[in-house]
Design a binder for this molecule. Structure first.
Ligand SMILES: Nc1ncnc2c1ncn2[C@@H]1O[C@H](COP(=O)(O)OP(=O)(O)O)[C@@H](O)[C@H]1O
Ligand SMILES: [Mg+2]
Length: 255
């Protein structure tokens, strides 16, 4: 069950009219390709916004644009009311943390990897506490990170971001490599942490049922454009616009 949020709270991250293009090389010449078209949205502390959309619709592009891993062609992103360019980029990426679809660790133990960001920021962390928050046993601290299972690595990656106290989490399909049990466990972990730490979350998922379980709002992207952005209960109701119902029907026919 998702936690109720206080609608009067100001958005922590807000993006207005953002567009993003890249140059692609064709046989004859360079051509501009637009990956995002005039996308706007916002997320508040304690809120989970799920991004749904077909593969290639720009979900990962939007996430990475939000903490300046990609350069905008147009539009503005504000973090805590200030344009993101006002923050040193490393500080922005600590506070608006991108958790990649496939976790990457450097050679070293779980404890060393968990503390990597904290060392960078001169923060003292309590490693067993962070492992506990993501349901990992503290006996794993001294193990090489790359010996963990896929699900354990995904949770370690989440703990590493959480340990440096982000205000916003950008989760890119965090359960795509997990079985249903692992996925449900990660959902529970995120819901608990979001409520405890009052974090705002943008969560890309290919699974509408997951979005229905965890989110307050759902944003549907199609070919880089917003097709719908609705409260979750409306998105999954008969009141949803045709574009949403068609997307859900196609998804429902899938594996
Ligand atoms: N660096 C890049 N160079 C060329 N094409 C890219 C690049 N990044 C993304 N794309 C293309 O942009 C579109 C959106 O990609 P992406 O945001 O990864 O989609 P999604 O996460 O929704 O599956 C896709 O067609 C993808 O092939
Ligand atoms: Mg993606």
């Amino acid at each position: 069950m998702v936690v109720n949020i206080d609608k009067s709270v100001e958005p922590v991250l807000e993006w207005q009219n953002i567009s993003l293009s890249i140059m692609v090389q064709t046989a004859e010449a360079q051509a501009e390709r637009r990956l995002l078209h005039h996308v706007s949205g916002k997320v508040s502390p304690g809120e989970i916004l799920c991004l749904l959309g077909p593969s290639g619709s720009g979900k990962s592009t939007l996430l990475t644009a939000l903490n300046r891993l990609q350069r905008l062609s147009e539009g503005e992103i504000r973090f805590q009311g200030q344009p993101v360019e006002m923050y040193p980029v490393t500080e922005l990426r600590r506070r608006v943390a991108y958790v990649a679809q496939r976790p990457a660790f450097f050679p070293g133990t779980v404890e060393e990897n968990l503390g990597f960001g904290a060392r960078l920021w001169g923060m003292t962390i309590n490693p067993p506490l962070w492992l506990e928050k993501v349901h990992l046993d503290r006996s794993l601290l001294s193990q090489p990170a790359d010996t963990l299972s896929g699900g354990q690595q995904q949770r370690l990656s989440l703990a590493r971001s959480l340990a440096v106290k982000p205000d916003v989490l950008l989760l890119d399909e965090p359960t795509s490599a997990l079985d249903i049990h692992g996925a449900r466990e990660l959902e529970e972990i995120v819901l608990t942490v979001v409520a405890q730490e009052n974090i705002a979350v943008l969560w890309v998922t290919h699974d509408p049922e997951q979005a229905r379980r965890v989110s307050h709002q759902v944003l549907l992207l199609t070919e880089g454009r917003i097709s719908a952005c609705l409260p979750t209960e409306v998105f999954f109701s008969d009141e949803a616009p045709a574009v949403v119902r068609t997307f859900l029907e196609i998804k429902g026919d899938g594996p």
